[in-house]
Design a protein around this ligand. Structure first.
Ligand code: CP
Ligand code: NVA
Length: 328
């Protein structure tokens, strides 16, 4: 499998076999990391991480993965480059492409990352846009496979804002890899019909959309949720989102209704307690102590969220290596 020179902008651009290849490579990199075996295969190269939104996992995963592969890594924090304000995306892409061997971008519109990918002349990786978050899904698939031993036929349920970047990408990932995808959300927060139709056209499993928590989560192997309001959305949407999504909180009742050995996943960060500034503000305004998931579920044995977070690094390393190595 030769992915050298490819961008990684959304999973729709990748075949099932290519995703399989990236997962297998991630497993190998995880083994190497655990055994302490050096793998600085890309030494002498440099990458840049261009962030227009904040991050913990994605930034650190790219930094550690890049350094483990022997590379120099530059981090450009939100607002710190000329991009967009004084310099077009096309020009930024062409400049960075002359200096670096790979570019990661996190920001708003998918169009920006697609434009970077078109003009950079080096691999561009999407570290989250409003529409998609494809590196997250590789970690999610890896975690599910590590836990159950397989992917095809897994009953995967997403609860919450099912039109967001994470939900969109999960639906694509499940469809590609043959998991049954169920979206459990109020109708107004279902994914766009166009994306549902696209996914159904190649899905290896079922794609189901429902408003019913009881029906949707029955026999689930994986219950996944994400924040109710995503980065870039206006604070004014909280009130309506809380109203709409409170019945879709992942709690003990949901986990009990799911399959006996169901696991809980979340891309993180998560509002499951009052140990955050925003969590406290929401508590003061709306009286909620926890949001998309209860602290009990988050801290339970079914919760695999920190395995998932660790796997961001191994999977991102696989994407960087596969797309940057010299083709034979
Ligand atoms: N899951 C995820 O992308 O986390 P960060 O926002 O911390 O990168
Ligand atoms: N949907 C979330 C994901 C964060 C990793 C957001 O965009 O804020």
């Amino acid at each position: 499998m030769d992915l050298s020179g490819r961008n990684f902008l959304k999973l729709l651009d990748y075949s099932k076999e290519e995703i399989r290849f990236l997962l297998d490579l991630s497993i190998k990199f995880k083994e190497k990391k655990q055994k302490g075996q050096p793998h600085n295969y890309l030494s002498g190269k440099n990458i840049v991480l261009l962030f227009e939104k904040t991050s913990t996992r994605t930034r650190c995963a790219f930094e550690v993965a890049g350094m483990d592969l022997g590379m120099g890594v530059t981090y450009l924090e939100p607002g710190s480059s000329q991009m967009g304000k004084k310099e077009s995306i096309e020009d930024t892409a062409r400049v960075l492409g002359r200096m670096y061997d790979g570019i990661e971008y996190r920001g708003f519109s998918q169009e920006v990352v697609e434009t970077l990918g078109k003009y950079a002349g080096v691999p561009v990786w999407n570290g989250l846009t409003d529409e998609f978050h494809p590196t997250q899904m590789l970690a999610d698939l890896m975690t599910i496979e590590e836990h159950f031993g397989y992917l095809k036929g897994i009953n995967f349920v997403f609860m919450g804002d099912a039109r967001n970047n994470v939900a969109n990408s999960l639906m694509v990932a499940c469809a590609k890899m043959g998991l049954n995808f169920t979206c459990v959300a109020p109708k107004s927060l279902w994914p766009k019909q166009e994306l549902v139709d696209t996914c159904r056209s190649f899905a290896g499993g079922m794609i189901t959309l429902t408003e019913s928590v009881t029906e949707g989560t029955k026999n689930a192997d994986v219950i996944y949720t994400d924040v109710w309001v995503s980065m870039g959305e206006d604070d004014s949407v909280w009130e309506e989102r809380i109203k709409l999504l409170s019945p879709y909180q992942v709690n003990d009742e949901v986990m009990e209704n799911a399959g006996e050995n169901a696991i809980f996943l979340h891309c993180l960060p998560s509002f499951h307690d009052l140990k955050t500034t925003i969590g406290n503000e929401i508590n003061e305004k709306f009286g909620l102590k926890e949001m998309e998931v209860t602290n009990d579920v988050f801290e339970s044995n079914s919760s695999k969220v920190f395995d998932q977070a660790e796997n961001r690094m191994h999977t991102i390393k696989a994407v960087i290596y596969a797309t940057m190595r010299q083709s034979k």
